[in-house]
Design a protein around this ligand. Sequence first.
Ligand SMILES: Nc1ncnc2c1ncn2[C@@H]1O[C@H](COP(=O)(O)OP(=O)(O)OP(=O)(O)O)[C@@H](O)[C@H]1O
Ligand SMILES: [Mg+2]
Length: 596
Amino acid sequence: MPTTRATTEDRSAVRTLLRLWPYVRPVRARLFTAAFVAIVASCTGLVIPLVLKWIVDGPVADRDPAGVWLGALYLLLLGIAEAVLFGIRRWLVARPLSHVEAEMRSGLYGRLQRLPVAFHDRWASGQLLSRGTTDLMLLRMFLAFPLTFLLVNGVTILVGVVIMLMQDWVLGLVILGPAIPVMWTCAVFERRYAVVARRAQDQVGDLTTVVEESVLGIRIIKGFGRHRSQARAFRELALTLRGTELRKARLLATIWGVIVTLPELAIGAALVLGAVRVADGGLSAGTLVAFLSTALALRWPVDSIGFLLAMSQEAATATERYFEVMDEVPEDPAVAGRPPAGAAGDTGLRFENVQFRYPDAPPGSPPLLTRIDLHVRPGESMALVGATGSGKTTLTALVPRLHEVTSGRITLDGVDIGAMPREELRAKVAVAFEEPTLFSTSVGENVLMGAPEGAGEPDLDRALAVAQADFAHALPQGTDTRVGEQGLSLSGGQRQRLALARAVVGRPRFLVLDDPLSALDVHTEAAVEAALRQVLADTTALIVAHRPSTVLLADRVALLSGGRIAAVGTHHELLRTNTEYAHLMSGDVEEPEDPR
Ligand SMILES: Nc1ncnc2c1ncn2[C@@H]1O[C@H](COP(=O)(O)OP(=O)(O)OP(=O)(O)O)[C@@H](O)[C@H]1O
Ligand SMILES: [Mg+2]
């Protein structure tokens, strides 16, 4: 669940919507033209009552059939003009607005790629998905319709009211009677609707998360027979969302009731009053006809205000949700200010007094890593051992700067990684994590992701050989075989070996492996190790390991304990001298040489 839900209390919908301007700017000419065309179209409609008046007071009163036909022709032409103009408006806005939507969507995607891992730890994926889909669709609809029509209908109502007042100001005032209660209702409605709209859109996000998790975790759900409880959880969320949507509908129904009924009553009153005055001879029949048909022509613009406001509120909420993500600070390319200095001759991978605590760790809790000092010499491979949960994965994630150190520094060949452009850093350091993530593309592309542009077949083959992933050649389409989403069509060990191949394919200077061989059988592990030794010969490596067989791959071992590097040495040294290490490694065939 995101912890950043804004309060909707003190928000101005207009101010929020104004933030869309930079995206709308490129298409502003079209939008303004469209709005202008719509205003002209709408006002064309208002000319119709005036023609009616002319027909009633002129040809009808004079019993002139030719004049009536002529009037009818005018009406027809006006109707056609109105329809054509509205058609032009639609044509004007459709394309540029889908462009705006696409721009905003790729902006969001780009931002998501650049936001730090800490952000993604904090946000539910469904919330991000729904922002990129539902919310942006709401925004496009808003720009296409309510934005223009709030303006167009506003102008139409204004012009219509002026026309009515000019026809007869007494009747005009009768019609204007409900204006104040209607405006008050709109204001109240807007405030309440804003709150419910925000809730509904957040709930769509939560629902998306549940759907996404249950699709990705379908094996667990089936394996544990949890489909019923999962379905129940889904149903509950869906019911909550339904409740919120119904609340929206009720609010909309209420405002609609007020907005439709009050003006209707006013028109009725004006009709009675007007009829009496026509009978008295104080008003011409044509004027009354024109007046009433103007009032009727204004019915749609007034009625529509309710849902136009509703759609605008939803758009404001969508904008707010969109910018909640866009306002997050992305990773800076490099941290300025820290001198990229390092002691001359100081090479390899060095942790200096590194402290780290997760930004979302409970306040007051001690840092996970309190004081890490470690030096991995150039070309050396260092195994990192520690109890589960001791922070090994966290420590390795600091090297490619997936998380930023809280204090202290990490240097690569003497250069502070904080002062290195991220691109450069990530070109130097290759990683493979505990859970091997594959993308739904071909095996080859998955592996070559770890190589610089232009790497080809030979690099791929070499990396597959090192990682003992030659099974890839035996797949139906060889390395062009697509792996399913998350690589679920492969075995765990196969996925791990592909991830390993991805880490070594770019011949990185520094290699960070988080327990890369855990899923392999002993023979395959031995084969990978033998091949890795060649790669590791000129690569500086930090390898998290749980099994002695993996540890033996490394030149030296570091023991992580209590947030510090408690001991460094060879496997056999540590087995002899460190009881914690001996305990961690016990249960394996590699018995310590008995010093006695
Ligand atoms: N994103 C996070 N936010 C807050 N705490 C986290 C986060 N990720 C991990 N932790 C906590 O940090 C601690 C260390 O986790 P880490 O994954 O580094 O352990 P590990 O040594 O790799 O364990 P294992 O051997 O089981 O892989 C754990 O207690 C975990 O709860
Ligand atoms: Mg781990």
